[in-house]
Design a binder for this molecule. Structure first.
Ligand code: SF4
Length: 380
């Protein structure tokens, strides 16, 4: 992937000397820089008149996070099975532009790609929660409001996060990406505490719907390289896309993954259906008139989101689960944002409580180095 190059760099007054700002300015000396006051974006920005959301992705703003960093994953919606995942966001917005991305709705009026400068505050906050509860186990991800690695060559956040988590006995960091930007990870020692995970769809969907992301084969090669460097891997078949030929496409995708990497060092694999709010569907139609993701057999569900209708969803989950079990029988498999009845249809049973999923995902991956009783996976 090419290095992200913003049209303009905006720095909130007082943040000029932050290490991430200095690193970025050194790497992008040719990009115009403007110092702005706090709350600058509330004054509005001139838009190019056609696609202000896309224009916002090219405007890089460095600011401070004044609120807390650590949050529960918003996927924990009542009625859906939860995996007790926590998220921290150092970046808000993404340089890539998938047609189905929820950020188009969530950050609809956001005129920038925002980077938070106070990384030390994030690390203190996580340490306060994780280190004070050594009997608990935590799974924390950075890929909620952005891609975890797409900007790493510029911002270098992995050099702050990986050593921090490498020293923790009871926490795993997940870096989730659709990029191939792994160079910054290769010289760090994750000590089995960092999972680098890729969201995967068949190559034809990558080309048609995941604009600006790394090609399928580039993601796979990046996964192979980080696995060789000592990282555990994760894969997310999420969103699962139904299209003519999906069975061959996904079967081939699973086969290519597990003929490239070692399944014994895969921490988890998830499955999730394409899910779109009504507002996101409107935005997709406007921004991506060529998308084919709105013409499938989708129905509105209890949480207000549109999904592929249940019988077809279950058929797809079962097919994927079968191919994955064949290729990697030991790898923990779970579903994201699905109901207990769908879990029962796919896996034969649903988890009895949300801690059960978390325990199944975290405990085996921490157990490599720590063999201390049966700690809990309570959330913060
Ligand atoms: S990579 Fe993820 S965050 Fe970025 S545009 Fe695609 S779906 Fe959105």
């Amino acid at each position: 992937m090419e290095l992200y190059k913003p049209s303009e760099i905006l720095i909130e007054r007082g943040e000029e000397d932050a290490p991430v700002v200095q690193r970025t300015l050194a790497r992008l000396p040719e990009v115009p820089v403007r110092i702005v006051d706090k709350g600058w974006e509330r004054g509005g920005t001139e838009s190019n008149g056609t696609d202000s959301f896309a224009a916002g992705k090219r405007r890089l703003l460095f600011t401070r996070q004044h609120s807390t960093f650590l949050e529960h994953c918003p996927a924990g919606t009542p009625g859906l099975v939860c995996c007790n995942y926590l998220v921290v966001s150092l970046i808000s917005n993404c340089p890539m532009d998938c047609s189905y991305c929820f950020l188009q709705e969530y950050l609809a009026n956001n005129p920038t790609l925002k980077v938070f400068t106070n990384v030390a505050d994030l690390l203190h906050e996580v340490a306060a929660v994780v280190d004070r509860q050594p009997w608990r186990q935590f799974r924390i991800g950075t890929g909620e409001l952005s891609d975890s690695l797409a900007l790493d060559a510029l911002l270098g956040f992995s050099a702050d996060l990986v050593p921090f988590f490498a020293e923790r006995k009871n926490a795993l960091l997940e870096l989730k990406t659709k990029s191939d930007c792994v160079a910054g990870l290769l010289t760090l020692d994750p000590k089995d505490r960092v999972v680098v995970s890729w969201s995967l769809t068949p190559p034809e969907i990558v080309e048609r719907e995941e604009h600006g992301t790394a090609a399928f084969c580039a993601r796979l090669e990046a996964a192979r390289r980080v696995q060789m460097a000592g990282y555990k891997l994760g894969f997310h078949f999420d969103p699962l896309i139904e299209y003519p030929g999906w069975e061959e496409g996904y079967r081939d995708t699973v086969a290519r993954v597990f003929s490239t990497i070692d399944p014994r060092r895969v921490a988890w694999v998830s499955l999730g259906s394409l899910r779109l709010t009504p507002a996101l569907r409107v935005t997709m139609r406007r921004r991506f008139p060529q998308t084919r993701l709105l013409s499938g057999e989708q129905v509105p569900c209890a949480d207000g989101k549109w999904r592929t209708f249940q019988a077809l969803r279950v058929k797809m989950y079962r097919a994927l689960a079968g191919w994955l079990r064949e290729a990697a029988p030991q790898v923990p498999l779970y579903m994201c944002m699905e109901t207990a009845p769908v879990w029962e249809k796919v896996f034969g049973r649903a988890p009895t409580c949300d801690k059960e999923v978390a325990r199944a995902l975290v405990a085996p991956n921490l157990a490599n180095h720590e063999k201390s009783g049966s700690p809990s996976t309570d959330s913060a």
